[in-house]
Write a protein that binds this ligand. Structure first.
Ligand code: BDR
Ligand code: CA
Length: 311
């Protein structure tokens, strides 16, 4: 029996890699995709999503979702990822005339959950605006979902601020709504994604696959590793693909129950995921937080999946 998944995403190269790994895994059944503003404005993340789908010839429906965070002004990661959020060391994703399905992403994900009571996992790889809007629009949604699995937050350091991770920082009110929705949440924060590292050896392995698609992907992976090179490092953390690896290979991870709250007010701490691990003594657990990953094994699994989807 395969796990049925709805992907909510803001591509971004690491979102592309995560999506590719989802498609590569026979035990994971992707039923739909909603796109959200995040790494770049919605028009750009949506264009990226449609180009990725066209490149691979996938047929999964892609829906446009929310354009702005619930409360605050939009922020993007274009300062790090470049104007298109899809930097490349060579070839660029080909343009496509493809359009999204007409239904709004929020309604589409609600409909997908209602069609599969108790079976659908929401995999969220961007700011949580679409999910929070769906929970507000459909009070029956929490009881319908199997789980929300998300890349976001951190148990320790942040990336956008000292303590806030980008996906939470980009819409803290939405994140607070999701952690408080009463759905089982599984959180893959920076603390665990930084244990999964990608470097030049992986770029070379993808390039060696030799197909046009693999060379195109390798050029983007090269540029992604380039973010670390510019900072004097050699390896980048693998963010969005990490929860996909867990969905397929949970034995490679350790998770701990916690109560996660999102700080909405702190002048220095807005967008921080405050993780109370002293559960149930001090708080009711609402999340399983990933704390350990076998990084080399996750990367070996990723390369096998990429070989299937890029060949
Ligand atoms: C997250 O932020 C985005 O830039 C990535 O796609 C990932 O979802 C990492 O903080
Ligand atoms: Ca993302």
């Amino acid at each position: 029996m395969s796990t049925e998944i709805w992907l909510d995403t803001d591509p971004g190269f690491d979102d592309w890699m995560a999506w590719a790994l989802l498609q590569a895994e026979p035990g994971l059944k992707l039923v739909g995709v909603s796109v959200v503003a995040g790494n770049a404005p919605l028009r750009q993340t949506l264009a990226n999503a449609l180009r990725i789908r066209a490149l691979h010839g996938w047929t999964v429906p892609v829906h446009a979702g929310c354009e702005r965070p619930l409360v605050q002004a939009p922020v993007t990661a274009q300062d790090v990822l470049g104007e298109t959020a899809m930097a490349t060391a060579g070839r660029a994703l080909p343009l496509t005339r493809a359009q999204p399905v007409a239904a709004h992403g929020v309604q589409a994900l609600i409909d997908a959950a209602r069609a599969r009571p108790g079976r659908l996992t929401l995999l969220a790889l961007g700011p949580l605006t679409n999910l929070a809007t769906a929970f507000d629009a459909a009070p029956d949604l929490p009881a319908l979902l199997k789980a929300v699995v998300l890349m976001g937050g951190s148990t320790d350091r942040g990336n956008t601020t000292a303590v806030a991770e980008f996906n939470i920082h980009a819409d803290p009110e939405a994140a607070a709504r999701v952690f408080g929705a009463g759905v089982p949440v599984v959180m893959f924060g920076l603390n665990v994604c930084r244990q999964v590292l990608v470097g030049d050896e992986h770029v070379r392995a993808v390039r060696a696959l030799g197909t046009e698609r693999a060379l195109l992907f390798a050029d983007h992976l090269d540029a992604y590793v380039g973010i670390a090179r510019r900072r004097g490092g050699t390896h980048m953390a693998v963010y969005d693909p990490t929860p996909v690896a867990w969905l397929s290979r949970p034995e490679l991870f350790a998770l701990e129950p916690a109560h996660v709250d999102v700080e909405l007010e702190g002048r220095l701490t807005r967008g921080m995921t405050v993780c109370e691990f002293r559960v149930p003594a001090r708080a009711r657990p609402n999340t399983r937080v990933a704390t350990q990953a076998d990084g080399p094994e996750v990367m070996a699994w990723s390369l096998r999946g990429l070989a299937r989807v890029l060949s």
